[in-house]
Design a protein around this ligand. Sequence first.
Ligand code: SF4
Length: 185
Amino acid sequence: MIHEILEVDESSSFDDLAVKFGSFLGLPGSAPTNALLRAINDPVYAQNLIISRQSAPFLNALLNDPGNKMYGVEEEKELTNKDLIKRAGTALLNWTKSGFTVVSDEVLEKREDACLSCEHLVKPEKFLQKLVTSKSKDTIGKRAADCVCKVCGCSISKKIKAASEACPVTMPGNPALNKWGEPKY
Ligand code: SF4
């Protein structure tokens, strides 16, 4: 049932995502924009929302959390930012469908090593990307926390953790693998 409710594809609009996420949470209409944007950018918040969907008081508290206010769309007028929202929404929903599965520490380090040596690793320029990055630290999983992938626009520290994510670029010289060294699918 979860799979059917959250089925989205690259052509889904932000409004489509809001309607589907609202339905999944048991809301009478679309998920509030700020809450959905926060859920897209903050996996812990997203997980809390989903866990709380059987409890109206908890769900309402999360949907009305003052921390959601910073996730507005006023500054997101450019098409490129809309694309980022769409991609992030698809990534969130794919991760949701995978049951929030995260990779092992070994895979995390391998993915991060690949990103750290990749020419597509860049500092964020867009408002949304700046929101989801943080200061990098010298610990596995946080070494590229201040960077995004130029190709897909994702926050690297979040992308490399989710088992449902994949590097979008082919490994040079090996069309069967992506730059993380994982099979392309
Ligand atoms: S996800 Fe892939 S393309 Fe993007 S920075 Fe990492 S290795 Fe490079």
